[in-house]
Ligand binder design. Sequence first.
Ligand SMILES: *Cc1c(COP(=O)(O)O)cnc(C)c1O
Length: 496
Amino acid sequence: MQVLYKSTRGKEETVTASMAILKGLSEDGGLFVPTAVPKLDIPMEHLSKMTYQETAYEVMSRFLTDFTEEELKDCIARAYDSKFDTNEIAPLHKADQAYFLELFHGATIAFKDMALSILPHLMTTAAQKNHVKNEIVILTATSGDTGKAAMAGFADVPGTKIIVFYPKHGVSPIQEKQMVTQKGNNTYVVGITGNFDDAQTAVKKMFNDQQLAQELDSAGYQFSSANSINIGRLVPQIVYYVYAYGKLVKSGEIQSGDKINVVVPTGNFGNILAAYYAKEMGLPIGKLICASNENKVLFDFFRTGTYDRKREFILTTSPSMDILISSNLERLIYRLTGENAQQCAELMKALSEGGEYTISEEMKKGLGDFYGNFCSEGETREAISATWYGSGYVIDPHTAVAAGVYQKYLRDTEDRTPTVIASTASPYKFTRSVMDAISDRYQGLDDFALCDALSALSGVQIPKAVEEIRTAPVLHDTVVDAQDMPDTVKKILGIC
Ligand SMILES: *Cc1c(COP(=O)(O)O)cnc(C)c1O
């Protein structure tokens, strides 16, 4: 079955998967969605015996139907290799009566590596397939993890440049150090004096700016997006839910066909949307549990049907979830409208112009698969400490938001379905918050001393990604206002 992609806001025009990956965002400002979600038509008996790479091929080939088998297998082999510190790529760890799906064994020890280690290969393959002559410029706004993971993926990939904007005061010290020490002749890192949403809004504007696109084209460049709105990010994220299910069957924790629930610490709604697509493919998922931090726009949305971004932006200890506009939610909204692009476009217009929208009662009925809740900062700390003292397992603040919400879900519903918690970052990326939650004994230590203390405590070796930045020189130090981002891009590309 051929799968094509259409816009959530557009007419019925469709593009191939490779074109959707190249474009990132549709010209009408909408997001690309598959015309139909393909079925997972392989027996679980086979899937459960597969390696991560084999599972990736089975899942991704169903969505990216204009890639040849050779092309796709080549992309997968380049992505999921020794950059990961375990052959399993995404291992499961049982603790606290749940299965923690560790998505942080890649180059930057956070879950975005799962998709961003393959995206550059999908993109350069897509460019070749479509005879693109321009150099591809990846433009990304990051709340901390995407930027570094994207740069790690794209660094020195021929035919590409990557420009990353991050909120100067909205990321952890280790996240910032990781970014400003990025190597690669085609990588550019810029801090902005605003928050993540300011950066993301400005990036979206540049993508929709036809005049800027013209200027770029004459200079031999074209934009593409590595943000989680790119279908080339979303599809690789479906893989690990299928893989986790297979591993649970293989180890006898569940029987093939049994339902599982998944809990996802959510920001931009990409990771949980991938779980939703896995469910649509036929993977036996019961509830999709959406965990937010104090920026609980999604919790309010699931409860009331109103999405309202007009609120204070809160800096939390889970900065990669400090988001008031969850871009990928648009894909779910589109489904809820019965794939009515006009209705979806109107709701998104209401959001960008008035800061809120409310879905109809009819649409609300489609939210039955989801459960939303949130953790305060105190509850997040509590979840870190409870998991450590209860199970001897150290989790990062993002994962802790999910673990805390899972406890709330259990109290609310008494639903004992086996549950997978998406563990989105290594505790080594957020050592200060983690160690403070465990004991007040560590308060005087600097970031690297904290890593040593964490290693001594947990017995888990310090990841290579952290060791490397201890001594790395700062290579990027530009900081600009959000409104100056377009000029900054032009300056970098030498077109002003
Ligand atoms: C990006 C990120 C999230 C949020 O994922 P979304 O797909 O944006 O919902 C959660 N945790 C970590 C560590 C992240 O980097």
